[in-house]
Design a protein around this ligand. Structure first.
Ligand code: CU
Length: 148
């Protein structure tokens, strides 16, 4: 409560006591501090900065999710492990075939409807477990997704 009050007072003297700390915290999180990676600091620090850059990139890739290709009447890959809440994007890479991805289980179900060639279908796996992902048009297409 006390901090909120001080911040809301804006330009008062009390707010000045809050601002320096806030700025320092914000600057530590800014991506621009790491990109481009500094070259004029000692090697040890450069390694740390490089690791932080890597963390930022990894976070971006995870946020983008996982893609599964539907090609030649198969899922590629055929097995996947993701985290709960992750999104898998199904990409119909067959130029002349419809696909129709679905999951049917007690805890989690999904049905894409027809997927036109070239279309992308995101599916968010909200429950833990191991799920068979099938194609409603090509019975031999199978993908096993384990959600941890
Ligand atoms: Cu199919």
């Amino acid at each position: 409560m006390r901090i909120e009050k001080m911040v809301s007072q804006g330009s008062t003297g009390k707010a000045d006591l809050v601002m320096p700390g806030t700025n320092m915290f914000a600057s530590k999180l800014r991506v621009s501090d790491f990109a481009p990676c500094p070259t004029m600091i000692p090697a040890a620090l450069a390694l740390v900065a490089g690791a932080l850059c890597g963390l930022v990139l990894t976070g971006t890739l995870q946020a983008a999710g996982t893609a599964v290709s539907q090609k030649g009447r198969m899922f590629h890959p055929g097995n996947l492990v993701v985290g709960r809440g992750d999104t898998i994007t199904f990409v119909n890479d067959d130029s002349d075939l419809l696909h129709h991805v679905f999951v049917e289980s007690d805890s989690f179900s999904f049905d894409s409807g027809d997927q036109e060639p070239g279309s992308r279908t995101p599916v968010t796996f909200t429950e833990r477990g191991t799920f068979q992902v099938l194609c409603g048009i090509h019975p031999k297409m199978k993908l096993v997704v384990r959600v941890d």
